[in-house]
Write a protein that binds this ligand. Structure first.
Ligand SMILES: Cc1ncc(C[n+]2csc(CCOP(=O)(O)OP(=O)(O)O)c2C)c(N)n1
Ligand SMILES: [Mg+2]
Length: 682
């Protein structure tokens, strides 16, 4: 028997259309047309498809919803409000206003029920793939016969723009490869983007065939207003467990607006007072009434919002029984999802000692492997560079379509998707995701890194091959401006350790970090292991900068650096000492960690009265001036690199102990003593 109540449901859907148009009109900005077009999608998702409980928005086995087309956020706000999440009609009236929770695009953390911050098109698509991966991993690790703890699905609404963006193609390709049957995406096929018809740039491509080729189940619904057809398609997608699903749904942007339906005008500006009235009349509402929610509509959705209560309770009971039967697993899940980790993990951090050199990427691999057993949801991989980034967990298998318990991820050569997917994984409680690539290709991931920072998601990025020191691969592979451009992202933590022991500490900091991505910037080339007995212990890395080697007498100059350059500073300090000049060496692996220390500490590392300071880092010097007085200098790199053996390049660019010593002498007014100025480069 059909459970539908067409009249009431139409009223419900039209209420959301009008609500969205009202809110955008009041805000004098926003996107009315897409919520109007896709309201029936929202209706079936929130009223009968998705398992959720507004009273327990974090319930671990809830279905996830992502509005990848974040500009349509009035759709999401309307449904969160109507189904009982903590958002009021007043909040909707304050759409897009200062300090309101109804931001111009959905923001994670502002309203429970918003599972990801979206807006940059394509990112939400990728986040969903990450969430689906996390769901499969949790299921493989924790589900037991008779105890299905995790079988949730990821639903998303995505637009033409989402599907044009490369990041969604990369993500879709991987989702197909991994047979993520828990992914159900609705494609808002409205034939409109900002510039006009999709015939301008997006109608030759057969999206359905493309997704079929990715290994997706693809269905089409000819009219979004056909709720039965839409529901049937979603049910067929649910029944498909080994392929992700795309449902292409024909919609009409600005549906209900007599003059703006099917036009780009409905996309990104208020309809206008007159047209708004016409919409209301057209949809059976009083044109003079604003933000009107008919009582029967409110009741209907409030009822829908209660559908999940029993499911949630059932899950909680199931978990309690599971805990009795599998106490270790249950406690493991609980502690990891609450960020409490097995006590002994920090004891597993290796201690490195010389005399052999060790690349910090190698040290990172050793650290990661030593920690893997004690943190079972530390999972990740690389964009086809695992052998170079040392990100493989040796004792574990690969995460694949045939084994979702694997902890090694093969993202393929898809950095952008890797970024968006890591964010989706990090949005899943309990999962600690990491991803590796060369530092240069952080540029391919920057939009996702920025979103991780906005969402305060702790993803761990292992970026190796961190400077011209990588050598022969040449300009295209040698980062110069990446460090400073990443440091410019608010809320990020970039750590460039000087040696193997600092690398171990960098991992410790990353794993303890809350809120915001942590980037470990590591060398390809071997670096001397700094003697822990002779110099300040690497544990001080947690403060971002520390006096690695104090001056023996009254300090005349501070040598500051990060990563592979710190060894040069120690040698230069020795050279200066031989000339009776007292220098101190500050290892500064992380600006951000240092900037978070109190003034007293910062003053102890960089005392204001010591004005002579030399900063050395094989990267763009931009930004170092904040640690350098006008009596100081920066040895950096202001051009692209070059193809040559790494040590020769370092020399050619002036990164030698002699040149550093010479520069220090110069700063101290002893220019005649310059030993070996760097030869000029083309
Ligand atoms: C990465 C990115 N580029 C550009 C934009 C600006 N923008 C917002 S919506 C949109 C396209 C609108 O077309 P579509 O995605 O089909 O959404 P619709 O208008 O149909 O709702 C663009 C270019 C964006 N949000 N993200
Ligand atoms: Mg469109």
């Amino acid at each position: 028997m059909d459970h539908r109540n067409p009249e009431l449901e139409e009223r419900c859907i039209n209420t959301v259309r009008v609500l969205a148009a009202d809110a955008v009109q009041k805000a004098k900005s926003g996107h009315p047309g897409t919520p109007m077009g896709t309201a029936p999608m929202g209706h079936v998702l929130w009223s009968e498809i998705m398992q959720y409980d507004p009273q327990h928005p974090d319930w671990p086995n809830r279905d996830r919803f992502i509005l990848s087309a974040g500009h349509a956020c009035m759709l999401q706000y309307s449904y969160l409000y109507l189904t009982g999440y903590p958002i009021t009609l007043n909040d909707i009236k304050k759409f897009r206003q200062l300090n309101s929770i109804t931001a111009g695009h959905p923001e994670y953390g502002l309203i429970p029920g918003i599972e990801a911050t979206t807006g940059p098109l394509g990112q939400g698509f990728g986040n969903g793939v990450g969430m689906a991966i996390a769901g499969k991993f949790l299921a493989a690790r924790y589900n037991r016969p008779g105890f299905t703890l995790f079988d949730y699905r990821i639903y998303a609404i995505c637009s033409d723009g989402d599907l044009m963006e490369g990041v969604s193609s990369e993500s879709a390709s991987l989702a197909g490869q991994l047979a993520l049957g828990n992914l159900i995406y609705l494609y808002d096929d409205n034939h409109i983007t900002i510039e006009g018809s999709t015939s301008l740039a997006f109608d030759r491509e057969d999206v359905c065939r493309r997704f079929e080729a990715y290994g997706w189940q693809v269905q089409e619904v000819a009219d979004v207003n056909d709720l039965s057809a839409l529901t049937l398609a979603i049910q067929a997608a649910q029944a498909e467990t080994r392929r992700p699903s795309l449902i292409k749904v024909r919609t009409h942007i600005g549906y209900g607006s007599p003059h703006k339906v099917d036009t780009a005008e409905a996309h990104g500006s208020p309809l206008g007072e007159e047209e708004l009235k016409a919409v209301k009349k057209n949809l059976g509402f009083n044109p003079e009434e604003y933000f009107f929610v008919p009582r029967e509509v409110f009741q209907f959705y409030q009822g829908a919002g209660k559908r999940g209560i029993d499911r949630q309770k059932e899950w909680a009971d199931r978990f309690a029984n599971y805990q009795a039967r599998y106490p270790e697993l249950a406690n493991e899940y609980l502690s990891l999802s609450e960020g409490r980790w097995p006590a002994e993990w920090q004891d597993k951090l290796p201690l490195f000692s010389g005399p052999e050199k060790m690349a910090t990427r190698k040290a990172s691999g050793a650290v990661l492997n030593s920690l893997a057993a004690s943190i079972p949801t530390l999972i990740g991989g690389s964009a086809d560079l695992a052998p170079s980034t040392d990100t493989l967990l040796n004792a574990y298998g690969s995460f694949s379509a045939s084994d979702y318990s694997g902890r090694n991820f093969h993202f393929g050569v898809r950095e952008h998707a890797m970024g968006a997917i890591l964010n989706g994984m990090a949005l899943t409680r309990g999962i600690i995701p990491y991803g590796g690539s060369f530092l240069i290709f952080s540029d391919y991931m920057r939009p996702s890194i920025r979103l991780a920072a906005i969402m305060q998601l702790r993803i761990i990025l292992v970026y190796t091959h961190d400077s011209i020191g990588l050598g022969e691969d040449g300009t295209t592979h040698q980062p110069v401006e990446q460090l400073v451009s990443l440091r410019a992202i608010p809320g990020i933590t970039v750590i460039r350790p000087a040696d193997a022991n600092e690398t171990a500490q960098a991992w410790r900091v990353a794993l303890l970090h809350r809120g915001g991505p942590v980037l470990l910037v590591l060398s390809r080339q071997g670096l001397p292991i700094i003697d822990q007995a002779k110099y300040t212990g690497a544990r001080e890395l947690e403060k971002g900068a520390y006096v690695l080697s104090p001056a023996e007498t009254e300090c005349e100059i501070i040598l500051i650096g990060s990563g592979s350059e710190v060894q040069l500073l120690l040698k230069a300090q020795q050279n200066l000492k031989e000339k009776s000049i007292a220098a101190s060496v500050v290892s500064m692996p992380s600006w951000e960690l240092f900037d978070r220390q109190d003034i007293a500490y910062r003053e102890s590392v960089l005392p204001a009265h010591i004005k002579k300071r030399l900063a050395v880092e094989a990267a763009s010097p931009v930004g170092w001036d904040k640690y350098i007085t006008d009596e100081g200098a920066v040895l950096g790199i202001n051009r692209f690199g070059q193809s040559a053996p790494g040590d020769e390049l370092m020399k050619a660019f002036g990164f030698t102990e002699d040149h550093v010593t010479g520069l220090a002498l110069q700063l101290l007014g002893m220019p005649e003593a310059v030993l070996d100025p760097a030869p000029a480069l083309p």
